[in-house]
Design a protein. Structure first.
Length: 88
């Protein structure tokens, strides 16, 4: 069961948004696997590891955080993902 779910609308191609997400996760030292329709990721934070899945439908990048440190709010993770995806 997801601990936190959200969707981020995007413009452009699904390949571009996946490439952006992958680059951001890997730059943070995490692991990312998937394609233009769905996949999963994990990244370590000072508080612990965050794991999740994503799916793309139309122009929406949907994220389900499946595991996260108790002390790390889902809203903080969502904010960071939104920031990553908005960067050029």
């Amino acid at each position: 069961m997801a601990k936190h779910s959200f969707s981020v609308p995007f413009s452009g191609s699904s390949q571009d948004i996946v490439a952006k997400a992958k680059a951001a996760i890997e730059k943070a030292g995490g692991q990312f696997s998937g394609d233009q329709s769905k996949g999963n990721f994990s990244v370590s934070t000072p508080a612990g590891t965050v794991k999740g899945t994503y799916a793309i439908a139309a122009q929406s990048f949907s994220v389900d955080i499946t595991d996260k440190p108790f002390i790390l709010p889902g809203s903080a993770i969502e904010g960071q993902v939104r920031k990553f995806l908005s960067e050029a």
